[in-house]
Design a protein around this ligand. Structure first.
Ligand code: ATP
Length: 512
């Protein structure tokens, strides 16, 4: 997808009240965004869909809401003070700062793009007869590209695993990567940069304590593990879920709400017996992918990506990547975090954090399987893949946001055909009956066609239109956003129609 399309997505988000740049009247604050009147509804619906799938559907998962601040030792114990770094590099000419790992990843993606281009060319040439598998295994150009990718990948993952910053710079130089602003290869050395924001607690400088804004919500779960386990009488395996803000001083914050300095996470820590982590790792990979697929976007939008470099706490980790407008990127992480966090909190706090398993009288520090997804990235995934420009039979074009109905900001719009003859009053009555259960909008401005377009552009699945016939026989038309088909139904049927069309069971329990 081109930059042009991405720009359209960003401007649609602004024009239709989904996402605004923060502090825009002061020329904005970089990588901080506000959710607007429609955006907040979509965001809440995403959170609700996740919460229901985690907490409400699972008897052994409970939710909490921990504070953003926590005792400063938390971050020493978790390893974030020492190891929550990204490698950064500056271009000496443009003074622009980059993440060294991102530069290399983007380079690999560029070479992958070349392979895809070759593939497409051949596909076009040979049509149905194109044998993709043989082509990829034999075409000299493709083989050359693939060899390069494999080589860079190998060096890259070795450099990351050994924290070899010099080698990262060598790879950047050997690949001939240039700065997108200056066009030069005049790079500084690679340095580590800690991503946590620091602040202070206390009224005077002398008695203040340094605090960190949490860079992940997970630690709030670990700190509450003992309390939840005891008060909830939870038996392993069990999970604790949480949705909340996280903060990272990202080196390069770009791509709209994909990488922000203040963002929101939906995390679940699943506490298990040591030695069972690979079973649960596979289990949660499957469950989480199914959750994404249940929303009905095309399967080809998702892929798993195993981590080249494991985080300081993990013994296995992968991402669910989504095909964003700028290519496949991480949407959600699934991490086997071992007993790293609980073990370290036990050490630093000197409080026992052990689980006694009565089934075999064993006592252990639980292992943890984590699923962690960014609300904002999920928002971007849904929003960007839903925005469509459709050519209609009459030659006109419509812009339609084909958000899965269950997530749409508004579920139904109530529209009087004209602004008189008692139609607006009739509409109001319908709206009042529906609005508590279904987010409902009323719109009487402009011709009906334009009003349909406005609802299409914000993703409202259904429009109910009240016309003169309604006054005579209490029937209305109900229009479906995607098919644009209109049916005439009795006003009394609207509620049950919406109920069955928007029944969450049809989404969440639909795993294929
Ligand atoms: P990346 O490699 O893209 O920086 P990460 O591996 O650091 O991401 P995790 O620490 O695994 O990310 O965080 C879990 C989830 O939180 C990510 O999958 C992503 O959806 C979300 N997330 C992380 N950083 C950001 C950010 N700066 N802005 C928005 N969402 C984020």
């Amino acid at each position: 997808m081109s930059d042009e399309i991405f720009k359209k997505i960003v401007s649609h988000a602004k024009e239709y009240g989904f996402v605004f740049q923060s502090s825009e009247i002061y020329d904005g604050l970089s990588a901080v965004y506000d959710y607007a009147q429609n955006g907040v509804l979509l965001k809440n619906n995403i959170k609700d869909y996740w919460w229901k799938s985690m907490v409400q559907l699972n008897d052994n998962i409970v939710g909490i809401d921990s504070a953003i601040f926590s005792h400063p030792t938390t971050w020493k114990a978790s390893g974030h003070v020492d190891a929550f770094n990204d490698p950064m590099i500056d271009n000496k000419d443009s003074k622009k700062r980059y993440r060294a790992d991102n530069l290399i990843e983007d380079y690999i993606q560029k070479v992958e793009g070349k392979i895809n281009k070759e593939k497409k060319k051949q596909h076009k040439r040979f049509g149905e007869n194109f044998d993709e598998k043989t082509f990829l295994l034999t075409n000299p150009k493709v083989l050359k590209y693939q060899k390069e990718i494999d080589l860079v990948n190998k060096r890259f993952s070795e450099a990351l695993n050994k924290d070899n910053l010099e080698e990262l710079k060598n790879i950047i130089e050997d690949c001939g990567i240039v700065c997108s602003i200056s066009g030069t290869k005049n790079w500084t050395d690679v340095k580590q940069f800690n991503l946590m924001f620091k602040t202070q607690l206390g009224s005077t400088e002398s008695n203040s304590t340094d605090l960190f804004l949490r860079p992940e919500t997970a630690q709030g779960i670990f700190l509450n593990y003992l309390n939840v386990q005891k008060t909830g009488r939870m038996k392993i395996p069990f999970g604790i879920a949480q949705i909340g803000k996280a903060f990272r001083n990202e080196i390069v914050a770009r791509q709209f709400i994909f990488r922000m300095r203040e963002f929101e996470q939906m995390e679940m820590q699943f506490f298990i017996k040591p030695g069972t982590q690979m079973k649960w790792y596979e289990y949660w990979k499957k469950i989480r992918l199914n959750w994404h697929l249940s929303l009905g976007l095309d399967k080809s939008n998702y892929r798993f990506h195993d981590h080249e470099k494991l985080a300081h706490y993990a013994d296995a980790a992968c991402d669910i990547e989504f095909n964003f407008p700028f290519g496949f990127k991480e949407l959600e992480g699934i991490h086997s975090r071992t007993d790293f966090d609980l073990g370290n909190h036990e050490k630093f706090s000197t409080k026992q954090i052990k689980y006694f398993d009565p089934s075999d009288n064993s006592k252990f520090t639980p292992y943890v399987l984590e699923t962690s997804i960014g609300v904002d990235r999920m928002f971007l995934a849904i929003f960007s893949s839903s925005l469509k420009y459709e050519k209609l039979d009459d030659g006109t074009e419509r812009t339609v946001l084909k958000i899965p109905y269950i997530l749409s900001p508004h579920k139904v719009a109530i529209l009087p055909l004209v602004k008189k003859d008692g139609l607006p009053e009739y509409c109001r009555k319908i709206k009042d009956k529906l609005k508590l259960k279904f987010s409902t909008v009323y719109d009487e401005k402009d011709a009906i066609g334009r009003r349909y377009r406005r609802q299409d552009a914000i993703g409202t699945p259904f429009c109910v239109t009240i016309d003169h016939q309604t006054i005579d026989d209490d029937t209305v038309t109900i229009r479906d956003r995607d098919s644009m088909k209109q049916d005439r139904i009795h006003v009394k049927e609207i509620h049950s129609f919406l109920d069955s069309s928007l029944d969450i069971n049809n989404w969440l329990l639909n795993s294929d």
